[in-house]
Ligand binder design. Structure first.
Ligand SMILES: Cc1cc2nc3c(=O)[nH]c(=O)nc-3n(C[C@H](O)[C@H](O)[C@H](O)COP(=O)(O)OP(=O)(O)OC[C@H]3O[C@@H](n4cnc5c(N)ncnc54)[C@H](O)[C@@H]3O)c2cc1C
Length: 417
């Protein structure tokens, strides 16, 4: 079933009776070439690129709940490529390029919108750091524009420019950054993988990983044992728990990140805006809700909900930057479980057990990584070599200390996680 404007028109005229389910609801078979544990964005994208780029289709994605019910459907949908450190910058640059062709690639409307992101700075020191980051982004081949205070005002007239405590000095604009509809990304990859022969198996929790002679043999699940030549653990916030089934202790802590949405308002925020002095960022969804969030709740937990102190902190930051937001009513808040790595960068690697692979450590930035992550994890599974864009995401950097990265470009900061 292909989507097109003509098709939507025809279905509209004929009672919308011709639409089919977007993917097959498969039953588990006894054995596969590759099993992917986790039907989130990264697991589904990996399955899609395994089939599409490498012709490997004897693949199952095992999901303990329903497809898209994890963090892929809980995030604030920001897509950007503004990383500074080598290792991260080429990966996210590659991922952004894949985003830009994703709707054509999947024939699916993921509502990708390059509406631009502006990160604000509030001191001379922050502006200097921003110049450095912008130059690194341009060296990588991505776009970055330094805005003066007046330049920011032109784009974002609704901010508080009289705030003496947090004066706005300027901002860094990436025009190609933006948003996409999060669950549509999961559905689009699921549909593409299923069409190419991948089995998507929901309500199938992996409860054990079978290993013999240091070689993976398959998995135990709530729907029986399934054998496999290769198994990839791609379970985001549950990475430590699932890796422990194979005797692996990961350098990952699971933390809660909350988000909030207001009632629908007329279009007022055109960009993604990030406050540079407090934990607050915001965009407006196509339905009109203001979608915003802040920092982690700062205690390790597997509860997919947060607590009031962080909610209060985020609201305070919102009011400091954008006092008009005080008139909007918050409709909902929710939380997701973040797989925090000590240096803020992910892991895409083989393990010491033959045939067992890892994809985790996405922290609070894994949505924009979905295309790049699926692409490079599929490459690793198919060829047993690292794709160039993800070559530095090795697990052993936490043992050797070599190649540590950090989103802020400041090195490893355990205390911040
Ligand atoms: C509030 C919030 C805001 C965020 N905002 C952004 C943002 O703006 N931009 C950005 O880039 N990132 C953002 N993120 C981060 C991003 O959502 C995650 O990094 C990313 O979605 C994680 O990868 P995933 O999609 O594969 O995870 P998930 O969707 O969580 O997929 C993992 C899947 O594994 C399944 N699973 C777990 N254990 C098992 C098991 N034993 N057996 C079978 N299946 C299992 C789970 O049920 C789940 O469906 C945000 C996250 C949150 C919570």
């Amino acid at each position: 079933m292909r989507f097109s404007g003509l098709r939507v028109f025809k279905e509209g005229l004929t009672g919308n009776k011709g639409w089919k389910a977007h993917w097959r609801d498969a039953e588990p078979r006894p054995a596969y070439d590759v099993i992917i544990i986790g039907g989130g964005g990264h697991g589904l994208a990996t399955a899609y690129y395994l089939a599409q780029n490498h012709g490997i289709t004897n693949v199952a994605v095992l999901e303990k709940g329903y497809l898209g019910g994890g963090n892929i459907g809980r995030n604030t949908t920001i897509v950007r490529a503004n990383y500074m450190m080598p290792g991260n910058s080429e990966f996210f640059s590659h991922s952004l390029k894949l985003w830009e062709g994703l709707e054509q690639e999947l024939n699916y409307n993921v509502m990708h919108s390059g509406r631009g992101q502006i990160v604000l700075c509030h001191s001379d020191g922050q502006r200097d750091a921003m110049v450095r980051r912008g130059n690194a982004m341009r060296n990588q081949g991505d776009d970055a524009e330094l805005l003066s205070r007046e330049g920011v005002r032109k784009h974002l007239p609704y901010l508080d420019y009289e705030n003496a405590r947090f004066p706005i000095y300027g901002g860094l604009l990436q025009r190609r950054a933006g948003t996409a509809r999060h669950d549509a990304v999961a559905w689009g990859y699921a549909r593409g993988a299923s069409d190419r022969g991948v089995d998507l198996i929901q309500n199938c929790e992996v409860t054990g990983i079978d290993i013999e002679n240091n070689m993976v043999r398959g998995v135990q699940t709530t729907r029986g044992a399934i054998r496999a030549k290769k198994v990839a653990i791609i379970v985001a916030g549950r990475s430590s728990q699932v890796a422990a089934m194979a005797g692996i202790r990961l350098p990952i802590e699971s933390h809660i990140l909350q988000a909030f949405v207001t009632e629908g308002l007329k279009p007022c925020i055109n960009h993604v805006v990030s406050f540079g002095m407090g934990h607050f960022y915001i965009s407006q969804s196509d339905k009109g809700g203001l979608v915003f969030g802040g920092n982690l709740d700062m205690y390790a937990s597997y509860a997919a909900r947060g607590n009031l102190p962080m909610a209060e902190h985020v609201m305070e930051a919102a009011m400091a930057l954008m006092p008009a937001i005080g008139k909007a009513r918050v409709l909902r808040s929710w939380g997701g479980i973040m797989d925090m790595s000590p240096d803020g960068a992910p892991i895409i690697d083989k393990t010491d057990t033959a045939g067992l692979y890892l994809n985790c450590g996405w922290c609070y930035g894994g949505f924009k990584a979905v295309p790049g992550s699926g692409y490079s994890t599929a490459h690793l599974l198919a060829t047993d070599t690292h794709h160039t864009s993800a070559a530095r995401y090795r697990l052993d950097r936490f043992r050797t200390g070599r190649g540590l990265m950090d989103e802020e470009g400041t090195g490893s900061q355990h205390n911040l996680h």
